[in-house]
Design a protein around this ligand. Structure first.
Ligand code: SF4
Length: 707
């Protein structure tokens, strides 16, 4: 497309892939290509980029882009398409009530897109049926934060990984999934000898760079950290002053930890007691410790308890909110955090306010001047698609995500979409989901749209446009506002620019905040258009009352939690009973990312360089399991669960733990026949967070025999 920026003028923006949120300088060239470089001034990456970020220039072609709206597969005008969406949503709500419609959105959306989507559903439709693919990614961290801190606050910052003496990676292959943050950690290790421990059922690029790898049994992290808490108590490591001044409920958590103990932790994790005790001593003896956790913690039916078990250990030792110390959840997606800020989840309201709090509901409704306000949680992702399947949801609008491939029990999600009376999809390319759209809306993509994202360390960065949207593509926030206007809510959605949306979002975050809420960017509510355009990366909170140009780097060193009594809560994490093994499906399927792909490959699949890393879906399997199932090295195998099947190439390796196999989440039928791992994945969820246990499905394996 024609360049918005003059050729050779670099535009500062942010990477659209992972939650590290690296700054990028994009420079359109006269021939239409775009040079991509790291932004040396961005505090997330200081100029570094990983393989995915540096290949972004190879992903901008327009080959498969959606360029015009479609109704029932036929080209349509924007006017007709918007009218069809608005009329069908309004008619469905009128006939069946507000909970008969839903929005399923994405951590790829910008904060401004998310803000208006959430405002439309919760304030004007009057339902909280808006959930996001971030539910599959970090909902357990959100729930764990809220239980402990009274708010969804990440206490620390990236620089803590550089000033820590010990960094523990739990359920995180940081080297592949958050590569630039790992580069910063690796530099700290080389420079000052930071020790790294990786806790992961399988050996990964991260564990190879670690001083110690604990290859724990799947889903045994609660026991591991309960055992640690017990050790900390017995070794006299409690920070009594911190516990007494700033926390509550230590005793029940300690009782659960004592009941587990070293022996219980060793039994659950399958790690030898001596090895486990060595880790406990290292943790106990290193005050500057950061425990980093990601999908191996979150994507579990006990994910919230895993988060709580980790946070308990940090609270008990007062190792939180201090330089080089704290629990640290790293988010998967570029704007998972921004979605949380606006309340783009079925159980949140807006600006970290609570749906369950009548005062918060009243405050938000007055601020929005909305006719209604949702007063109870909506359906979380997995339940939302169950409700589509059984007909409770009759109109669904999916934005910027591909649930036909990425939801657990993906074949059931496809069947649900096929049966849904009205499906709208906004996206930049055709996917397995767009196939089911009655109305298809072409959205502007990365480099064409403009707004903000928030990374894992609470840092808000601008994404800036450097290309014009192709064809008739439009920004998501604009599409949502246009539909809202046609539903009769023109005044509340009369935003002229993304800057106006951001200002309203920032003003709402400060509205009525007496200091009892964590998310407050009121200091940014009066940004003029030019200041918004030039906004440098800034961490929140950034209240109006603070004179500093930056928010605090970290929170909670001196308490000040966001519970009613300003104290953090310990949460008891008794061990869940071991799941009953199913002899028909004897292996545990672990799913995850590989280094050079992103989600369902809609973008990274365009880059020859990235496609050259791993050419096809692989199933990592331990040699003993391979032998037991007659699997030959590098042969084709069929994986099967009660929900579906998948084909993959066997990678027989001792890096994989016995009894479990690993397959990547990226492949769709577009790139490899029967390559969709989520077709196999069970849809059991964590009871607190609603996040599915994407790493714990029971499967069986056999050599593939062509029919
Ligand atoms: Fe993009 Fe993440 Fe790589 Fe940074 S580390 S360049 S944000 S994918």
């Amino acid at each position: 497309g024609p360049g918005l920026a003059p050729a050779n003028a670099g535009v500062k923006t942010a990477c659209p892939y992972c939650g590290v949120g690296c700054g990028i300088v994009a420079t359109p060239r006269p021939d239409g290509a775009v040079d991509i470089g790291g932004d040396a001034e961005h505090p997330a990456n200081f100029g570094r980029l990983c393989s995915k970020g540096s290949a972004l220039g190879e992903t901008l072609d327009l080959d498969d882009r959606l360029l015009v709206p479609e109704i029932d597969g036929q080209r349509a005008s924007w006017d007709a398409a918007l009218a069809r969406v608005a009329e069908t949503f309004s008619a469905t709500i009128a006939a069946h009530g507000p909970d008969s419609v839903a929005l399923y959105v994405s951590g790829q959306l910008l904060t401004e897109d998310y803000y208006v989507a959430n405002k439309l559903m919760k304030g004007f439709v009057g339902s909280a049926n808006i959930d996001t693919n971030s539910r599959l990614c970090m909902a357990s961290s959100v729930a764990g934060h809220v239980r402990a801190f009274g708010s969804d606050t990440v206490p620390g910052a990236y620089e803590d990984l550089e000033t820590a003496d010990l960094v523990v990676l739990v359920g995180s292959n940081l080297a592949w999934c958050h590569p630039v943050l790992f580069q910063r950690l690796a530099a700290a290790k080389a420079g000052r000898g930071t020790r790294i421990v990786t806790i992961d059922p399988r050996a990964t690029a991260s564990s190879e760079a670690s001083d110690l790898h604990l290859a724990v049994a799947p889903d045994s992290d609660v026991a591991l950290f309960a055992g640690l808490l017990d050790h900390l108590e017995r070794e006299g490591c409690a920070d009594r002053a911190y516990i007494e001044a700033h926390t509550r409920d230590a005793e029940p958590a300690l009782a659960a930890a004592r009941a587990c103990g070293l022996a219980g932790a060793a039994a659950a994790t399958g790690i030898d007691e001596h090895r486990l005790a060595a880790f406990y001593r290292l943790w106990a003896g290193t005050p500057r410790v950061v425990t980093v956790y990601s999908q191996g913690v979150n994507q579990s039916v006990v994910g919230t308890d895993k988060v709580s078990a980790i946070i308990n250990c940090h609270l008990f030792t007062g190792r939180i909110g201090r330089a080089g110390a704290g629990p640290f959840s790293v988010t998967g997606q570029p704007n998972a955090m921004g979605g949380r800020e606006v309340g783009g989840l079925a159980n949140m309201l807006a600006a970290h306010m609570s749906l369950a709090d009548p005062g918060h509901r009243d405050l938000v409704q007055r601020f929005w001047r909305s006719p209604v306000i949702a007063d109870r949680p909506g359906l979380k992702a997995v339940d939302m698609f169950r409700a589509v399947a059984d007909g409770r949801i009759k109109a669904l609008w999916i934005m910027s995500t591909n649930p036909a491939d990425s939801l657990p029990k993906a074949d059931a999600a496809v069947a649900a979409l096929a049966n849904c009376p009205f499906v709208v999809v906004s996206d930049i390319v055709r996917t397995d989901t767009t196939r089911h759209a009655h109305v298809l809306l072409p959205a502007a993509g990365w480099g064409e749209k403009s707004g903000t994202v928030t990374n894992s360390e609470r840092r808000i960065s601008r994404q800036r446009a450097f290309l014009a949207p192709p064809g008739e593509a439009r920004a998501d926030w604009r599409i949502i506002c246009d539909v809202a206007a046609r539903m009769g809510f023109a005044e509340a959605f009369a935003f002229a620019s993304e800057a106006e949306v951001f200002r309203e979002h920032a003003a709402l975050s400060a509205h009525g905040n007496d200091g009892s809420r964590d998310f407050d960017i009121g200091g940014l509510a009066d940004l003029g258009d030019a200041a918004y355009a030039d906004l440098a990366p800034v961490q929140w909170p950034r209240a109006r009352t603070t004179a500093a140009p930056e928010g605090p780097i970290r929170l909670f060193a001196d308490g000040g939690f966001f519970t009613a009594d300003r104290r953090a809560r310990f949460v008891a994490t008794p061990l869940a009973p071991a799941r009953a093994a199913d002899p028909r499906f004897p292996l545990i399927l672990n799913t995850g990312r590989i280094r050079d792909q992103w989600h369902t490959m809609t973008r990274t699949g365009k880059s020859p360089r990235l496609m050259g890393h791993l050419a096809e879906p692989l199933c990592e399997i331990h040699p003993a399991d391979a032998a037991a199932h007659a699997i030959a090295t590098a042969s084709l195998v069929q994986l099967e669960s009660p929900h579906g099947t998948m084909l993959a190439r066997a990678l027989v390796t001792e890096r994989q733990r016995r009894g479990s196999v690993f397959a990547a989440m990226h492949w769709t039928d577009q790139f490899a026949a029967k390559g969709r791992v989520d077709a196999l994945v069970d849809d059991a969820v964590d009871p607190v967070s609603g996040q599915p246990g994407l790493k714990g499905s029971a499967v069986r394996i056999q050599p593939f025999a062509a029919a």
